[in-house]
Design a protein around this ligand. Sequence first.
Ligand SMILES: CC(C)(COP(=O)(O)OP(=O)(O)OC[C@H]1O[C@@H](n2cnc3c(N)ncnc32)[C@H](O)[C@@H]1OP(=O)(O)O)[C@@H](O)C(=O)NCCC(=O)NCCS
Length: 303
Amino acid sequence: MEQVFESRRISFVRVSEQLVPDYLIMINDTENVGRYFAGQKEPYTVEQEIDWVRKTLEENAEVFSMIEKSSGEFIGNIELREELGIALTGAMQNKGYGSEAVSALLEYGFEELKLPEIRLRTALTNARARHVYRKCGFREYDRTDEHLCMEINRDDLRVVMAEKGTALAQELLHFVEECSWLEVRDHVAGLIRDWQFTDWEGMFAARCDGRIVGMASIMKTDYYPLPEIFPWVSCLFVCEDYRGRRISEKLIEAANGYARSLGFSRTYIPSESEGLYEKYGYRYLKDIENYGGGVDHLFVKDL
Ligand SMILES: CC(C)(COP(=O)(O)OP(=O)(O)OC[C@H]1O[C@@H](n2cnc3c(N)ncnc32)[C@H](O)[C@@H]1OP(=O)(O)O)[C@@H](O)C(=O)NCCC(=O)NCCS
C-alpha cells in the first residue's frame, strides 16, 4: 500500500480493496461508528465498499486509510474532500489517534496541498469529535439544529508534532537556529539536527500565519540530575512578536495531550519564576538544583 504521508504512529495510505473487510467492520459497527453518520439503514456490502474504493481511486480523491505503524493494523479512514471527515474503528478510538490524524492531515492539507482553509461538520451530540477538532485548532463558524460547522484557516494557530526527516523538522531547526533564546538555542538545534530524541521524546511546533512561532519539547531528562522524574515539558519558547496570545498554553496542552495518550499521568516543568505555570494547572512541588549549581522551582501537573 502506497504511503502518502505519516505521523508519529500512523501511516496514511491510499484506500485499497485489500482493506475492504476492515472498512466493513468499521462502518457497519453501529454503536461505535455508524451512529455518527446519518443515512444508511442496511449494513454496507462488500460490493458497495469495492465500488467506493474504485471510485475514490479514479477520482484521485484525498481519502486515506490509516495504518498503525507498530502493528500494521487498520485504524480508520480520513478524508479531505469539500470537508474533512474521519472515522476510526471502535478498537482504535480514545487512544489519541484521532487527534494525531487530524493534526497530520491539517499539516498535509495546508503545507502540501496549499489549501487556504479546511472545514467540517459534526453532530452537536458528538462531544468527543468536537473536543478533538477544537484541540486541533478548528473553531465554530455556524450551526444548525443538528450540526456544528467548524473551520480552520492556513494562518490560524495550530500545534504540530515534528517528525524526523520531515519538512517541518527542517523548518523547526531553522526556527531554533534563528531564535533569540541564546542560552538554549545551540543545545536544542543540536537535538533536532542529529535527532537525538529517543522512544516517545519529541518536539512540538506552533504554527501561525504560515510560519513557526513557538516550540516545546517533551523529554525524559532536563538540566537536572533527577532521572526518576519524567516526562519533562521543556524548551518552551514563543517568539517575541507572538507573545501574549496564549500560544505557550497551546504548546503545553499539546505536550500534555500527547503524554496522556502515552499513558503518563503527570508532566513536570522546571522554572526560575513563580506564577506562570500555575495558570496552566501546574502546582509547585519543590526546589531542585540544576547541573550549573543554580536552584529552580519544579512544577507538576496531574493529567
Ligand atoms: C471522533 C474520533 C475521530 C476521535 O478520535 P479518537 O482517537 O477516539 O480521539 P482521541 O483519543 O484523539 O481524543 C479523544 C479526546 O476526546 C475526549 N473525549 C472523549 N470522550 C469525550 C466526550 N464524551 N466528551 C468530550 N470529550 C471527550 C478525550 O478525553 C480526549 O481528550 P484529550 O485528548 O484532550 O485527552 C473517533 O472517536 C471516531 O472515529 N469516532 C466515531 C466516528 C466519528 O464520530 N467521526 C467524526 C464524525 S464528525
